[in-house]
Design a protein around this ligand. Structure first.
Ligand SMILES: NC(=O)c1ccc[n+]([C@@H]2O[C@H](COP(=O)([O-])OP(=O)(O)OC[C@H]3O[C@@H](n4cnc5c(N)ncnc54)[C@H](OP(=O)(O)O)[C@@H]3O)[C@@H](O)[C@H]2O)c1
Length: 333
């Protein structure tokens, strides 16, 4: 298991994970119609066999099958990993549901969290969640209240460690003071690197940075362009700003340089884009998602691509001069 030789640690929890984790969202949600259940289970098992030990899901990653029934991501993750439960770290999230128009609805009231944790444990076929994230900040609930519920769940043995997704520094500090936070999960990629401003507080509080959409929703792999037609209403990539002609044009200098580095390192674009963040900080853990075993293997291999300090500096210098368009935020500088 090559990946475990490159294991990373989830902050204060001390929990070890493969340096690249598997983002499972796209299997049922946001990347087209859900995969057939059997295929979904097989691809997650294949990921474990090739060395992934860190799996990311959420209560709200629910897609609709052609027959109208719901495909719960936690359900397939739970079924796939049940036989190897002790060998893997499962992260899931509470506090978000999706409205029919894809808008995010947030709710982190203690009673909602309590109901969520029971549903997640059941679907995941487990008696504990290794890492439980608040999926989005709920402006109506103070961080101290959420952290208090997490402290209780940890005491009860239902949760081993907790984290916050799309956190701010202030929220993290307040939550951490009540119940130590082990990881954040924020958007982070070459095209979305504004959250690097959190590095100092993560180091101060010993919190891992789990990077979601680490390849800018697939854009950085070079496999898609503005001309790509994403199949089906359940594919959220359609219409993302990086997948427009303008977005692609602005990213051209970056993609050219990534091609150059890929050639130098006998690597792929996906690997170079993940290697960049792996080299940046030892506590960054990207969780790229794919439905395809060969791509999962490729992404895991990013941990072996040793970009030099000089190459990292050159990438960052190039990024400083670009005005990129990417889903999830603002143009970067
Ligand atoms: N906390 C949050 O709010 C939040 C938000 C979004 C995502 N996430 C988490 O982050 C994970 C990853 O994010 P993401 O799926 O949005 O973006 P991503 O990992 O940046 O990109 C995934 C896309 O890239 C494609 N892909 C993956 N590996 C590839 C490769 N080697 N070559 C070519 N194409 C490749 C995949 O398509 P195929 O499947 O066809 O390979 C998929 O469409 C999710 O699974 C989820 O667990 C969390």
């Amino acid at each position: 298991m090559g990946a475990m030789t490159n294991a990373r640690v989830l902050g204060k929890s001390g929990i070890e994970v493969s340096s690249v984790g598997m983002g499972c969202m796209g299997i049922t949600h946001a990347s087209g119609d859900p995969m057939p259940d059997n295929d979904a289970v097989q691809v997650i098992r294949a990921a474990h066999e090739m060395g992934y030990t860190f799996f990311d899901t959420a209560e709200c990653y629910v897609g609709r099958r052609a027959d109208g029934t719901e495909a719960h991501n936690e359900d397939v993750v739970g079924e796939a990993l049940a036989p190897v439960r002790d060998e893997v770290v499962i992260a899931t999230k509470f506090g978000v549901t999706h409205a029919p128009d894809k808008t995010i609805l947030v709710d982190s009231r203690p009673e909602t969290i309590r109901a969520s944790v029971e549903g997640s444990l059941r679907r995941l076929r487990t008696d504990h969640i290794d890492l439980y994230y608040q999926h989005r900040i709920d402006p109506k609930v103070e961080p101290e209240v959420v952290a208090g519920v997490m402290a209780d769940l940890i005491k009860e043995g239902k949760v081993r460690a907790w984290g916050i997704s799309e956190t701010t520094e202030d929220y993290l500090r307040r939550a951490d003071a009540v119940c130590p936070v082990s990881a954040i999960q924020n958007r982070y990629s070459l095209m979305a690197h504004w959250n690097e401003s959190l590095f100092p507080v993560l180091e101060e509080l010993n919190v891992a940075f789990v990077a979601f959409s680490p390849m800018a929703n697939g854009f950085l792999t070079g496999a898609y362009s503005h001309a790509t037609h994403f199949e089906g209403a359940q594919d959220y990539r359609e219409g993302m700003p990086q997948y427009t002609e303008e977005g692609e044009k602005r990213a051209e200098p970056l993609m050219r340089f990534l091609h150059e580095l890929a050639g130098l390192h006998s690597a792929t674009l996906a690997q170079v884009s993940l290697a960049w963040m792996l080299r940046k900080k030892p506590y960054v853990v990207p969780i790229p998602g794919s439905r395809k075993p060969e791509r999962l293997r490729e992404n895991l291999g990013a941990a072996e691509v040793m970009l030099t300090d000089d190459e990292i500096a050159k990438i960052d210098e190039l990024l400083d001069g670009l005005d990129l368009m990417v889903f999830g935020g603002h143009a970067v500088r």
